[in-house]
Ligand binder design. Structure first.
Ligand SMILES: Nc1nc2c(ncn2[C@@H]2O[C@H](COP(=O)(O)OP(=O)(O)O)[C@@H](O)[C@H]2O)c(=O)[nH]1
Ligand SMILES: [Mg+2]
Length: 196
């Protein structure tokens, strides 16, 4: 995929601030430190786009990036910040929960899970939400360059087992921002669901 243009558009902290649903949206969600910024930059062929928005408090916002004028990448606030108060976490849950299940422009949710660890309780929360959502959903295992071939297979099976408990049949894609693993798979999914 040739990314000619990738620009930060806005940060959204409340439902009313969402842009008009005129472009297809692909959302990225995952615990802080899972490698979300790195994976976004890998997909966009940029060094640091996913860090360049300067709006204050951006970690608690949905950050919209317009790609080639044709689709939005939506970087959801990383959950699992120890510093966020319970009240903020609840607000996070409400906005994100509603976004993931009700947003009409949303075509695909990419949930990042660290390949080195079993899914955490917050990961299972996202899976449970997506079980109730009509939106196509896939799991991207991150940082797979840190694992041997065997361990990569184990990591996929571990996630599949958790998904199977919820009777969920969801694609699991191995990715790495370091060696660009998963680049073609992810773009193929994105192209399929958005038609770009
Ligand atoms: N080995 C390896 N490290 C990674 C990879 N992706 C991210 N990291 C490292 O993980 C840490 C968190 O990455 P970042 O993209 O900022 O995560 P975010 O908090 O989810 O946005 C940084 O130290 C990155 O260098 C990867 O694919 N492989
Ligand atoms: Mg980040």
């Amino acid at each position: 995929m040739h990314v000619r243009d990738a620009e930060f558009v806005k940060g959204v902290a409340r439902w009313e601030q969402l842009p008009p649903p005129e472009l297809p949206e692909v959302a990225f969600v995952g615990r802080s430190n899972v490698g979300k910024s790195s994976l976004l930059n890998m997909l966009l062929g940029r060094k640091s786009l996913a860090r360049t928005s300067r709006s204050p408090g951006k970690t608690q916002q949905l950050n919209y990036y317009r790609i080639n004028g044709k689709l939005y990448f939506v970087d959801l606030p990383g959950y699992g910040y120890a510093k966020v108060s319970k009240k903020e976490r609840e607000r996070w849950g409400q906005l994100i929960g509603r976004y993931l299940t009700e947003r009409s422009a949303l075509r695909l949710v990419i949930h990042l899970v660290d390949s080195r660890h079993p899914p955490q309780s917050h990961d299972e929360d996202v899976m449970a939400l997506m079980r109730e959502s009509p939106v196509p959903y896939l799991i991207a295992l991150t940082k797979t360059d840190k694992l041997s071939g065997n361990k990569r297979g184990q990591s996929v099976r571990r996630v599949e087992q958790v998904l199977a408990r919820g009777a969920m049949d969801v694609p699991v894609v191995l990715t790495s921002a370091n060696d660009r693993r998963g680049y073609n798979d992810l773009w193929n999914w994105i192209r399929d669901v958005t038609g770009v």
